[in-house]
Design a protein around this ligand. Sequence first.
Ligand code: FAD
Length: 430
Amino acid sequence: MAWDFKTEPAFQQKLDWIDQFVRTEVEPLDHVLGSPYDVRNPRNIKLVRPLQARVKAEGLWACHLGPELGGQGYGQVKLALMNEILGRSRFASVVFGCQAPDTGNGEILAHYGTPAQKERFLKPLLENEIVSCFSMTEPQGGADPLIFTTTAVQQGNEWVINGEKWFSSNARWADFLIVMAITDPDATPYRRMSMFIVPSSTPGIEILRDVGFGGEREASHAYIRYTNVKVPLDHMLGGQGDAFVVAQTRLGGGRIHHAMRTIGESRKAFDMMCERALSRFTQGQRLADKQMVQEKIADSWIELEQFRLLVLRTAWLIDEYKDYRRVRKDIAAVKAAMPKVLNDIASRALHIHGSLGVSAEMPFMGQITSAFVMGLADGPTEVHKITVAKQVLGDYRPTTDLFPSYHLPRQREQALEKYGDLLDMVAAEV
Ligand SMILES: Cc1cc2nc3c(=O)[nH]c(=O)nc-3n(C[C@H](O)[C@H](O)[C@H](O)COP(=O)(O)OP(=O)(O)OC[C@H]3O[C@@H](n4cnc5c(N)ncnc54)[C@H](O)[C@@H]3O)c2cc1C
């Protein structure tokens, strides 16, 4: 019997340390610093570096990486238990060396990078000396990569990139961008594009504007124009025409890790909801004593626990199969469920806080916007639901070849054939 919901005591001790450290040392950074990705800002260097050193001393740095890259090689279940604590704080991922999109970009560099690319780009990225950007989405569409138009044309010993990208997060702080561009316009649709590592100091890169969203401290999603941006031939990441294969490598882990952190973010809203319900009096009663408030608490707890179990089960499946493709449906299900859970819990927490809830002094408006972001970034919810439905239907094996509306009457007939004689005997006896 292998089902087990217990955490081994040695690991629980680590989780307790992380929980305490995040609450007392890391969460305060959220109130006093700008972006966690602004790694060259002297204020960030002064406050973040010592905390990163303590995480390293505890052996908890970049735990998603294998030991060969300086991590612990934790499986996804351990990462889930850890990330659901880190999700409370904007700065926690950076303090623990596991922030998106650098984790995904690091993953593809580790997987497809040449030794020279790893030395120049991956090594400093893993140490958080620099940060990176994934530049794929274009203004005319992100959910359909087949309408991308950015090109890379080989001229002598260089690739020349032209086009526009949109919502390239953290480009303003990144040392390099991973850019997806069409190299083979006549190839089959998913073989047309390649990936390039483009140092951000390369001439021809222009950030037209940085876009922000509600609740964000600093606008950081760049609208970029690439005009005759030249990179040496050896700056291609993976083979020519491999962009979609490379991109898939970073998405499986990225999506499930977002979901793990979303548990932490939702739990933070839930904790605040409980505190408010237990401490606010109206008409002679605590809010916690009113049934409609109790319903909000109960619904939130149930949704969070359901979601957490789905995430942990999916994490466990990834550990079992060690192949994201075999867990595609489950990851898509987690991705589709995630925005709704955060949106529902943050909205209830906001409502129970009354006027204070909608104010900029509370995190709820930002969390609700984040829920919408989660329903878009790494693909819209609809696309992930389609993935789930297609696989469920594809795997479905009907137990009868009859048309469904005849299913029940036919079963009744079969049941009577099987048990009719016995029932007749009972009827004769009574
Ligand atoms: C905060 C933030 C950060 C981001 N960071 C990055 C980044 O770093 N790098 C990067 O490359 N991209 C990034 N993105 C872009 C993200 O990947 C895209 O927003 C996403 O792929 C959706 O593309 P779109 O915005 O063009 O929406 P569209 O493709 O225009 O889709 C709009 C809506 O249409 C509907 N829709 C789309 N397709 C279907 C379908 N098949 N069936 C049913 N309905 C559908 C959905 O409701 C969807 O939300 C980021 C986005 C956000 C919001």
